[in-house]
Design a protein around this ligand. Sequence first.
Ligand code: PHE
Length: 332
Amino acid sequence: MIDEIQRLETDGVARIGAAATLDDLVAADRDVLGKKSALNGLKRGLGGLSEDERRTVGAALNAAQQALRAAVAAKRDELTASTRLAEAEAERLDLTEVRADRDAGHLALITQVIEELEDIFVGMGFIVAEGPEVEDDWHNFTALNFPRHHPARDLQDTFFVGLGGEREVVMRTHTSPVQMRLMESQEPPIYAVVPGRTYRNEATDATHLAVFHQIEALVIDRGITFGHLAGTIDRFIKVFMGPGYATRLRPAYFPFTEPSAEFDVQRPDGTWLELGGCGMVHPNVLRNGGIDPEAWSGFAFGFGLDRLATTRQGIPDLRELTSPDIRFLQQI
Ligand code: PHE
């Protein structure tokens, strides 16, 4: 009988182990341990045995039942875990989406032009400098040889800022105030370019912006001549615009340079574009910057970047430069 119980336990453990699903396991549990199971049949037959036999067989039956219950519990744990895994796998949601092309933006045209010009001038031995966009009267006008009531101030329609004394603080009307800041902060020789934003109280149209960009150049060294100025301008225009472009200087007036000139660029089709102003740094300006005009001389020029950028790119209207229209931006 003990052998019989052993066999039933071994078979039962095998049966339980073979269950592939929780339903299989319920059926196996019933067959092996249920009321109608062989094991239970043996239990019911215990009454017909002698006291001694009943004790041994009873103990063997209990041990077999416990072993089988443990097998069922272990199998149930195993099947529950794998069922959960299968469910999770089946219900899994992929929330990522892969797009073939990402739309990457790019630098604004003006920023591209500034970086390119910086490279050209750095290649010629210049440093790149910056200055504040909100300026005081001294740097924007007075130190640049525009006395208080000088009519040349009217050429630069100015936005005044409500700070300090009357008309004391301005949105800088050009990048020339940085000439003064450079002279104040370093000893000559100075070879510097200054790109930046500038402001004038102008009605906006295809060729004028109230907020625009300039790049200034300042050179101060011993023995600097007008020839150096003309050569530098012609060189950077040919490098930046291409060999088909030429330059010319026309006499002009600026309070902070003497002599002064305007410089124009000739397009390959022969037409001229007015680009900026230039000249030899005025002795008063050198003195205001703490530099001895007997020992040093220099040139300066400043021109509008917006026109240069649109001319090279063939954009007919300066206002396009701030256009948010994606169809325009994609062409740059
Ligand atoms: N600052 C002048 C302007 O904005 C241009 C200029 C710069 C002229 C340097 C001479 C020298 O019109």
